[in-house]
Design a protein around this ligand. Structure first.
Ligand code: DAH
Length: 340
């Protein structure tokens, strides 16, 4: 073989080994096969050779080399493409040693937590729990609670009527009627649940909110039992230093009826903005169950006495945690929910 061509083989092969990327390959290709490339030059020079035999031999050697170059350039291109792919895979490689990102996990609504806390306090004192129905009838929501159809107290209950007899319960008090009809004294139960009223929605009012009703009936139950129980409850939910105050109030289903206030959770009774500088916050209503209610459920009023009370869960949660807008409970704002 012609020495020149032999040298070209050697230098082409070592260039191949030094290729780093496709740009290098293109430069090599042009230096060999381009218009001014080494092979092109060699082919051009062929015409100046006079000896036909020599021309033939050299021509074949050049063309073999050309073929060799072309084939190897195709191969090198394939290899470089593969390398590119591998290095891109390497770049997107997942580093399993990196610490992960925590998925955000739902939180229990503070309202549910407060409801559960209230329930557990009464459970620990021996009260049973019965939820009742959100859709009630007139009888259990009003009539049997000493609010016949002409009773003015019905007006306070801006009711969502579903039909002339069915309604969204306006309070959870109706559950005491259902339970007392089913169970003879002694009985002590609470009824947590959702209630609805046609209230305009603002920071303090919601058309749907939550209440917990409680009652206890037995022989010789007195007002003092109610007072002692509610005092204990307030201390447990708001803290041991909490004091309570009872004032007369009217609810058709109790007599006497009271409204209970607790010392303000913010100022502890000193007087501040939260309690309107009174030192007291109204927490719940209660009283001794009215004899008319006992008559509806068939309890002997000469034998039994009992008390009942009802509270709003939102109100207690708002006071306990200083939440100023009732709508926050229902908006599902993750930052709000995560605070507690
Ligand atoms: N049901 C009353 C309300 O929705 C709350 C209540 C007050 C319940 C006095 C009672 C009670 O059992 O004795 O406002």
């Amino acid at each position: 073989m012609n020495d020149d061509i032999l040298g070209m083989y050697d230098s082409f092969k070592s260039s191949l080994l030094e290729l780093k990327n496709k740009e290098d390959l293109e430069t090599l290709r042009v230096s060999m096969l381009g218009r001014k490339g080494a092979i092109t030059e060699k082919l051009k020079n062929l015409s100046s050779i006079e000896d036909i035999e020599e021309k033939k031999v050299l021509g074949k050697e050049i063309n073999d080399f050309k073929k060799f170059v072309e084939e190897n350039i195709v191969l090198a291109r394939t290899n470089l493409t593969e390398l590119d792919f591998l290095s891109s895979v390497e770049k997107s490689y997942i580093d399993i040693t990196l610490s992960g990102r925590r998925p955000s996990i739902a939180a229990i609504n503070i309202l549910t937590k407060v409801e559960e806390e209230i329930i557990s306090i009464f459970r620990s004192l021996g009260f049973g729990v019965a939820e009742g129905f959100e859709l009630e009838d007139d009888y259990h929501n009003f009539e049997a609670l000493n609010m016949p159809y002409y009773h003015p107290a019905r007006d306070n209950h801006d009711t969502f009527f579903v039909s002339s007899d069915r309604l969204i319960r306006t309070h959870t008090s109706g559950m005491q009627i259902r339970l007392m009809k089913d169970i003879n004294p002694p009985i002590a139960a609470i009824s947590p649940g959702k209630v609805g009223r046609r209230d305009a929605i603002d920071a303090k009012h919601s058309a749907v909110f939550h209440q917990i009703e409680g009652f206890l009936v037995d022989k010789d139950v007195s007002f003092n039992h109610l007072k002692g129980l509610l005092e204990l409850f307030c201390k447990r939910i708001f803290g041991n230093s909490t004091k309570i105050r009872l004032r007369p109030d009217f609810f058709p289903f109790v007599e006497p009826g009271v409204d209970l206030s607790a010392t303000c959770v913010v100022c502890k009774g000193e007087g501040c903005k939260t309690c309107g500088y009174e030192g007291w916050l109204e927490i719940l209503g209660g009283g001794m169950i009215h004899p008319n209610v006992f008559e509806h459920v068939g309890y002997d009023t000469n034998k039994y006495t009992g008390f009942a009370f009802g509270m709003g869960v939102e109100r207690i949660a708002m006071l306990k945690y200083g939440i100023t807008d009732i709508r926050m409970f229902y908006e599902n704002d993750i930052d709000f929910l995560k605070q507690w």
